[in-house]
Design a protein around this ligand. Structure first.
Ligand code: ATP
Ligand code: MG
Ligand code: MG
Ligand code: MG
Length: 580
């Protein structure tokens, strides 16, 4: 049934909404596709739902084509599975947490690896049940720090998430490849110019996780590529052997710091001034964290200070006469030591604790800053330090090298010059391996009757983000310009004037178009001027606009192509064929 403008739940706006920054977002609100309910939370109106349904249909077709089966999990979830995978903690403030009336912890699902894993565990027990791929198209919840650009980064959004279950690595590789192919088809059909980039640094073969980025200056991700087909999210770039990145200009730089104590000096001072309670001596390996903690809290407070700084903030080993009680000192664990290989070199982290002072110590010592970067190569010896290294600008929490550090023309891992561009993450595919299956005990019997842990993959597409991104990519000064595959209708029929004959003919054409399998938006409003109707049609952005008015007396209607603006009169009898 045609959508009729006379009754459609729609109110187009002439003014841009105050809280929208990006052009596509403004138009989606003005043209009556979505409305903001709260920051990062949107209501979908009839036109919006039409577009969304088309995007979902494309995704469903491609998922079904690789044999994935659709299911629907709840969004409201118990804490325990996420506790078992450690994500209740790992997710931090991004997770929406709530309590039920019995005081049980609950959450709104940000992604569903745990729940899929548990359900497969409940239902399946044999290798004969595998391989299996399941998917859902469902609301996700993430309390994003910066909800942005309307539906591009929502706090409630729709994701198509799938999960694959295989008996071994080879099976996983097959499921992963099938998803990768399906995603290629999906993003082609959605009309994106996109790149597939490595999303992981150094993971074996570099294919354990890949992102589909729509190339766009609006993007929050920066990626690099070379002319031999290598492409990676900058977060994933392994900085090639130093000194590919020279820190010559800019605030961060390497400086001679001859008087800085080595970690050995500090450890010696620690042993002298602060012997361990168990009688053993502190060593570099098992004391570093303590040294750092103590330096960070020289007066026993929790207010962190800069660590290992030269010059006027130089570390004085005497500071190790600290008031921190031994009980408060966290022991330095083997895993920490592995994590901070630079410590093994007897080297205290460089620089200044940036804006994130409280966490600065940890970030300061990140291995990816330590290895391979010019900063560290330059400073990786006693008497040299990097100064003014700033968290966020120069490196981040997960140890990723920032775009600020990589420049156009730097050599990539293949020794070729990199170009930088920005993109919006539309999809992400992961080879999870046995991480979740192990945490949640998903095992099946193999051919020999032996229990083996199932190998998983997970794969996500941002459905509502895709709608937002298509809007950003397809617009002009006067409105949206939908590609036909996802337009809310194929044809927008506009009846103008007051002549009954025009409306009768229009209704007839609408029926014919529908009989031909086309979807129609019909502007049948009686008391609305042609000017307003044309403006609305341009704003809404259906690809083909068919206008009936005065020309009907001469047997013609006007056919407009929304994208090119081209308009021509065609005989009313042939109008339907012209549209097809
Ligand atoms: P981003 O880097 O943009 O925060 P992500 O890496 O956190 O995304 P994934 O966990 O990989 O996202 O989720 C799979 C897909 O879900 C993403 O590729 C993206 O298309 C979509 N998505 C993620 N977060 C949001 C959001 N807040 N709003 C809309 N879509 C989102
Ligand atoms: Mg995210
Ligand atoms: Mg991401
Ligand atoms: Mg991702």
């Amino acid at each position: 049934m045609a959508l009729r403008m006379s009754t459609l739940f729609l109110r187009t706006l002439r003014e841009d909404p105050a809280d929208a920054e990006l052009p596509g977002h403004k138009l989606l609100v003005r043209a009556g596709y979505i409305r903001r309910a709260a920051p990062g939370i949107y209501t979908w109106l009839p036109l919006g739902l039409k577009v969304r349904a088309k995007v979902e249909a494309i995704i469903r077709e491609e998922m079904d084509a690789i044999g994935a089966q659709e299911v629907q999990f709840p969004a409201l979830l118990p804490r325990e599975p996420y506790e078992a995978s450690n994500r209740w903690t790992e997710y931090g403030p991004n997770l929406f947490r709530l309590k039920d009336r019995r005081d049980n912890d609950m959450l709104l699902g940000p992604t569903h690896e745990e729940m899929f894993c548990l359900t497969v565990k409940d239902m399946y027990s044999s290798y004969k049940d595998l391989p299996l791929s399941l998917y859902q198209i469902q609301n996700k919840y993430r309390d994003e720090a910066r909800p942005r650009a309307g539906i591009l980064r929502g706090r409630e959004f729709i994701m198509k998430d799938s999960y694959s279950f295989d008996i071994n690595e080879a099976g996983l590789q097959k499921s992963y490849d099938a998803h990768r192919d399906a995603y290629t088809k999906i993003f082609n059909r959605l009309g994106f110019e996109y790149v597939i980039v490595h999303a992981d640094a150094g993971a074996m073969g570099g294919s354990a996780s890949e992102e589909f980025l729509a190339v766009s200056d609006l993007g929050e991700d920066t990626f690099v590529r070379d002319d031999a087909g290598y492409a990676a999210n900058v977060e994933a770039v392994e900085v090639p052997q130093a000194p590919a990145v020279e820190v010559t200009a800019g605030p961060a730089h390497v400086e001679d710091t001859p008087d800085t104590p080595t970690i050995e000096t500090l450890v010696a001072a620690l042993n002298a001034n602060h012997p361990r309670e168990d009688g053993r001596s502190w060593t570099a390996a098992d004391t570093l964290k303590n040294v750092l903690v103590m330096l960070a809290h020289p007066d026993g407070t929790r207010e962190p200070l800069a660590v290992g700084l030269p010059g006027d903030r130089e570390v004085d080993p005497k500071r190790l006469e600290t008031k921190v009680a031994p009980a408060e000192i966290e022991p330095f664990e083997e895993s920490d030591f592995k994590r901070y290989p630079m410590l093994a070199k007897g080297y205290i982290g460089p620089g200044v604790l940036g804006e994130e002072k409280a966490s600065g110590i940890r970030y300061l010592l990140d291995p990816s800053v330590a290895e391979g970067s010019a900063w560290v190569t330059g400073a990786d010896e006693h008497g040299k330090h990097v100064l003014d290294l700033v968290y966020g600008r120069d490196f981040t929490a997960d140890g990723t090298v920032q775009a600020a550090q990589l420049r156009e023309g730097d050599l990539g891992p293949n020794g070729r010059a990199l170009t930088l561009a920005r993109g919006v993450e539309m999809g992400h595919i992961f080879q999870l391996g046995t991480k979740y299956a192990e945490a949640l005990g998903l095992k099946v019997l193999d051919e020999n009757g032996k229990l083996v842990t199932v190998t998983m993959g997970s794969y996500g597409v941002g459905v509502t983000r895709a709608v937002g991104m298509i809007a950003e990519d397809n617009l002009d000064d006067i409105g949206l310009v939908w590609p036909r595959e996802v337009a809310p209708a194929d044809v927008h029929v506009v009846a103008t004037g007051k002549d009954d004959a025009v409306f009768l003919k229009a209704a007839e054409i609408v029926n014919e178009l529908e009989a031909q399998g086309l979807e129609v938006l019909y502007d049948d409003r009686l008391k609305v001027s042609p000017g307003v109707k044309f403006k609305d049609a341009e704003l809404i952005g259906v690809p083909t606009i068919l206008v009936l008015g005065k020309g009907l007396a001469d047997g013609t209607v006007e056919l407009k192509d929304r994208r090119s603006g081209e308009r021509r009169d065609v005989p009313v009898e042939g109008a339907v064929t012209e549209v097809l």
